[in-house]
Design a protein around this ligand. Structure first.
Ligand code: BTN
Length: 282
């Protein structure tokens, strides 16, 4: 990626104040964590052409060949580790909006961290935090976007559930301008969040999501639950209604969409006393 192209016209004060452009790295999250632990300021961005050991959520590998947008941003919000899920929500909204505005594609969010086009994954988010005394010292927001990726170069197992911007646009996309728009959106939402406006971002998340109203199966390290996805709460946790009518609040996991409610999904009021939290810490 060409650093000057990213910087030229980048209207941010914080995110991208310093951009470290690399050819190859194990993982941009590794590099960003290293910089953060050495005291790098918030807003520093690490972007790489390739990652030799790209990481996905839940210990999965993230295939990161040349042509993608693989980057991480260091943030230092004054929040506890439980609020990290909110950073995922903010980032997902920024990614979906940037793709929609820059390329006109119908990007949608699948809770908690996937961005899909025509139901196929085009982007994922991995947030890693370091905490001290119950407060986040730093958060590394890692984003992977399959930009100019030929689907044939991906393992056959993920090909049917994955797409790329190049595939959707039927041509090469300009990665620098998309990254620029995305960094600007991330900064805007981050400021809204730090100034107490998370609820308004959740409103945007709701309008972009493709999970609410669907029957989902959510797999997490502590087991699998399935039910109707009825809402996300003020913390960004997914609320699902099980077959027996009880409501579970899910803070982490991987949602698979099974089917949709017909004819139209109608959110029902939730009695918060009866809600049980499920999943490990976000
Ligand atoms: C997922 O969907 O499982 C999350 C994927 C996150 C991938 C990005 S690419 C940039 C950053 N560096 C990594 O190693 N992972 C994230």
């Amino acid at each position: 990626m060409i650093l000057e192209k990213i910087k030229n016209g980048l209207e941010t004060g914080l995110v991208g104040r310093e951009i470290c452009c690399l050819e190859e790295v194990t993982s941009t999250n590794d590099k960003a964590r290293e910089l953060a632990s050495e005291g790098a300021e918030e807003g520093v961005v690490v972007v790489s052409e390739r990652q030799s050991h790209g990481r996905g959520r839940l210990g999965r590998e993230w295939i990161s060949p040349e042509g993608g947008i693989w980057f991480s941003v260091i943030l230092r919000p004054k929040i506890g580790p439980r609020e990290a899920l909110k950073l995922t929500i903010i980032t997902a909204v920024a990614v979906a909006k940037a793709i929609r505005e820059n390329l006109g594609l119908d990007a949608r969010i699948k809770w908690p961290n996937d961005v899909l086009i025509r139901g196929k994954k085009v982007s994922g988010i991995l947030i890693e935090t370091s905490t001290s005394h119950d407060l986040i010292d730093y958060a590394v927001v890692g984003v992977g976007i399959n930009a100019n990726i030929d689907l044939k170069s991906l393992p056959i197992l993920i090909r049917s559930t994955t797409t790329s911007l190049m595939e959707e646009m039927k041509g090469v996309v300009e990665r620098e301008s998309l990254l620029q728009v995305l960094l600007m959106k991330l900064e805007t939402y981050y400021y809204v969040f730090t100034e107490g406006g998370f609820d308004s971002i959740l409103g945007e998340w709701r309008s972009l999501n493709c999970v609410l109203g669907a029957y989902v199966e959510v797999a997490s390290p502590v087991g699998t639950v399935e039910g109707w996805a009825i809402d996300v709460d003020g913390e960004g946790a997914l609320m699902i209604r099980l077959k027996d009518g009880t409501i579970k609040r899910i803070v982490s996991g991987d949602a698979t969409l099974k089917r949709f409610m017909e004819p139209f999904f109608q959110a029902e009021p939730i009695e918060h006393d009866s809600v049980k939290t499920f999943g490990d810490e976000p």
